[in-house]
Design a protein around this ligand. Structure first.
Ligand code: PLP
Length: 338
């Protein structure tokens, strides 16, 4: 029994999702004629109370399109130093949009309004023009940490006052919504643009959506074409997204409970220095001095438990749709014996 905790992207469609995909009505989406994509975009936009949505192949693309629409070359983007938009998108902010970044040191990926205020450049010709603030919720490198929504509102108000764009990388926003009992509409009210992924915790094979005002998404659609993301009969994939929004959100609380169970069995182990607080579906633990993350990952693999060494001394486990209660039980047993 392979137990794959490397990422929540490893899921494969189950029977229900697969049948929905096979039955999808499709058309050419570059002509705006794919009924399944149109339905998914409309449904997601109304979930968030936002005007429009754009279906894209990846969360990297939705983030990068958003950054491109918010900025001009030479502008500056404020984000946490660990954020996906900076660390894991191939230098895309510079490559695609010619913008620079101002990196802040947040608390497990979360930055504050005070930090943002201090990071805004003065209106001085020497300085880059601060144009955009990008948050990540939940934070991947932060171990699935969630923002306090009041802080998000404060940053949102600051962005309005200073005329900055406000973007959310919500690859795993679904997990935050379930964990904190928040609503998508709360988020739609404060952000100018939101990226959400369907291929992470919701279990789709492919797909992300960018949300925003009509005019913003109109421009985003042009950028998507230029980035090579205009797909044709991709309604087969969008149908998986519709299925996931209807069936796979509430069950995320199971993943969160599983993560807490496994994290508890890691506490106090001879190799564990500490486990980052588990708020959602991600467990990150720090190893004691002298312990090697790749060696531990290799050892776990002997039991067919797959984990990911995110640093020489840090291991990550991610819970998802394809991890069953039996797999969690087996993992706890293996860890107890280690
Ligand atoms: C996975 C992820 C993305 C997007 O990744 P893709 O693999 O391009 O879909 C964006 N932000 C965060 C925080 C992520 O974890």
């Amino acid at each position: 029994m392979k137990i794959d905790f490397r990422s929540d992207t490893v899921t494969v469609p189950g029977q229900g999702m697969f049948e929905a995909m096979m039955k999808a009505k499709v058309g050419d989406d570059v002509f705006g004629e794919d009924p399944s994509i149109n339905e998914l975009e409309g449904m997601t936009a109304s979930m968030f109370g936002m005007e429009a949505a754009l279906y894209c192949p990846s969360g990297t693309m939705t983030n990068q399109i958003a950054i491109n629409c918010h900025t001009r070359p030479g502008d500056e983007v404020i984000c946490d130093e660990s954020s996906h938009v900076y660390q894991y998108e191939g230098g895309g902010i510079a490559r695609n949009s010619g913008s620079s970044v101002k990196l802040l040191t947040g608390d497990r990926g979360r930055i504050t309004a005070d930090q943002v205020l201090a990071a805004i450049n003065p209106d001085d010709p020497h300085r880059a023009w601060t144009r955009l603030v990008s948050l990540e919720n939940t934070s991947n490198r932060g171990g699935g940490s969630c923002y306090d929504f009041n802080e998000i509102k404060k940053i949102g108000a600051l962005c309005k006052e200073k005329n900055l764009g406000f973007h959310l990388d919500g690859a795993r926003l679904w997990n935050a919504l379930v964990a904190k009992q928040e609503t998508p509409k709360q988020y739609g009210e404060v952000f100018d643009s939101i990226s959400v992924c369907l291929s992470k915790s919701l279990g789709c094979p492919v797909g992300s959506l960018l949300l925003g005002k009509k005019e913003f998404i109109h421009r985003a659609r042009r950028v998507r074409k230029a980035f090579g993301g205009g797909m044709r009969q991709a309604g087969f994939l969008a149908a998986a997204g519709i299925y996931a929004l209807q069936h796979n959100i509430e069950r995320l609380s199971d993943d969160h409970a599983h993560a807490k169970t496994i994290a508890a069995s890691l506490e106090g182990k001879s190799f564990t220095e500490y486990v980052l607080p588990v708020e959602t579906n991600i467990i990150i633990f720090q190893l004691k001095a002298g312990q090697s993350a790749p060696a531990l990952v290799t050892k776990l693999k002997e039991y067919d438990i797959w984990a990911y060494a995110i640093a020489p001394d840090r291991v990550r486990l991610v819970l998802h749709l394809d991890i069953t209660p039996e797999m969690v039980t087996k993992t706890v047993e293996v860890l107890s014996g280690m």
